[in-house]
Write a protein that binds this ligand. Structure first.
Ligand code: CAA
Length: 418
């Protein structure tokens, strides 16, 4: 598949990602409890849309089409029909063609993919929104809601926390095949939290994660009950149950001109791959074949290979996922991604920084927002907007990899700094 029209991201807006352990998140022992509420889904959608239009100087009237990625607004917020919520975010968007797309945790990536298709079909200015609120339920009830991204009738019962258990299964398999230890995985968690500590928007910005804590169980329990997998996953291996929103503006070359922008204001989409696996069967726990299929499509479209990528935002819904993503995207051979953590290759100062703002483990994972945030994080790093976690070297080529379910929907993008 080729991109028959050039497409450019000109920036956008990311809300703070918040939830339990974030200083601004109101819960029963917070001093503001009873005095103010946490923002809701409507607030995140409105804030992201208005923030993105303002940050990019895009008049709402100029938007040709818009998409929103959201997974389970109906369950956490009793709210569906979110295309109309985007129209409600700005008077200038009323009567525009807007729709919601859903692909579990890849919903944001699918919203981006849909906008890119629209650019190819002739749209010039598109708006891509992602939002999710998950803190309206306990982690246990939320685990049931999130389990809708699995094959619910077959996989729901593996544990109250279905997704953590599905990925504990992958840790166990990787341990058996490649000797991965708890101390090894602790390096992945520590990198995520260390990066998040430098990021004012990150859910875990205020939480320190030492290697000792990540590798041990003090304050970091193994919380699964399924005896087959419970020993393999701790709280520090998990992404956060976060609320948040993000939105970006994607334009054609004509769209750049309409908005008075130049290519140097933008990053260009060089390739995008979208692949879908079979929901009804388990995949190989040691690989992420759907992500690989999406990456191969993106590389082929862009005429690039893994060796060209200088910066990546990958879907680390659990620490093991970051390792498997590195292998699925071609950054490391099977079983060899862990070594790259130990030598610092993926740290902020490394040769291939990954998840510089903390990823899903440190920055947080408001499901529908994640895929949109990933693209904006590349944009922000490429344009030198990341403050304390800005990487020093200039970046020409970056990659995003957003994944839904247990590697069942994958959207992988390649971008160039113009
Ligand atoms: N010893 C044993 N068990 C303990 C414990 C201890 N010391 N402390 C807590 N637990 C257990 C308890 O069972 C507790 O549940 P209850 O209180 O309901 O009995 C459970 O652990 C959770 O404890 P908390 O409620 O205190 O947990 P928390 O609010 O701190 O959340 C978390 C921690 C459960 C890991 C939560 O962050 C989580 O669920 N993270 C993962 C989120 C997730 O799965 N997102 C989706 C990723 S998958 C993806 O991206 C793809 C897709 O399409 C879905």
């Amino acid at each position: 598949m080729s991109l028959n029209r050039r497409a450019f991201v000109i920036g956008g807006h990311i809300s703070p990602f918040i939830g339990k352990n974030h200083p601004d998140f109101v819960w029963k022992r917070h001093p503001d409890f009873g005095k103010r509420d946490n923002p809701g889904l409507e607030d995140y959608i409105t804030g992201a849309v208005q923030g993105a239009l303002d940050a990019t100087g895009t008049p709402a009237a100029a938007v040709d089409k818009a998409w929103i990625g959201n997974f389970v607004g109906e369950l956490f917020s009793s709210q569906g029909h979110l295309g109309a919520a985007v129209a409600g975010a700005h008077p200038g968007l009323v009567n525009k063609p807007i729709m919601r797309v859903e692909g579990a945790c890849a919903s944001g990536g699918l919203a981006f993919s849909s906008a890119l298709d629209a650019i190819a079909a002739g749209a010039d200015v598109t708006l891509v929104v992602g939002a999710e609120v998950q803190t309206t339920a306990s982690a246990r009830t939320g685990g049931d809601y999130l389990a809708r991204a699995s094959h619910y009738s077959r996989q729901r019962s593996i544990d109250d926390f279905t997704f953590p258990a599905l990925f504990a299964r992958r840790i166990k398999a990787y341990h058996e095949a490649h000797g991965l230890t708890e101390s090894d995985l602790a390096h992945v968690s520590v990198k995520a939290y260390t990066n998040a500590n430098k990021n004012p928007l990150a859910h875990m910005k205020a939480i320190e994660m030492t290697h000792e804590r990540a590798a041990g169980e003090a304050g970091n329990p193994k919380f699964l009950t399924n005896p087959d997998v419970r020993d393999f996953l701790k709280v520090s291996d998990c992404s956060q149950v976060s609320d948040g929103g993000a939105a970006l503006v994607l334009v054609s070359e004509a769209g750049l001109a309409k908005l008075g922008k130049t290519e140097s204001d933008a990053i260009e989409v060089l390739g995008l791959g979208h692949a879908t696996g079979n929901l009804f069967v388990d995949g190989d726990p040691l690989t992420m074949g759907t992500t690989t299929a999406a990456a191969e499509r993106a590389y082929a479209t862009a005429g690039l290979s893994a060796a060209d990528v200088q910066l990546a935002e990958v879907h680390d819904c659990f620490t093991i996922t970051e390792l498997l993503m590195m292998e699925a995207l071609g950054f490391a051979a099977p079983g060899e991604s862990m070594a790259q953590f130990k030598d610092g290759r993926t740290a902020l100062t490394g040769e291939l920084p990954i998840n510089t703002g903390g990823g899903l483990v440190g920055f947080g994972h408001p499901v529908g927002a994640t895929g949109v945030k990933q693209v904006l994080e590349l944009y922000r790093q490429m344009k030198g907007q990341c403050g304390d976690y800005q990487i020093a070297k200039s970046i020409e080529i970056g990659m995003t990899a957003n994944m839904g379910g247990d590697d069942k929907t994958a959207v992988v993008g390649l971008f160039a700094n113009r």
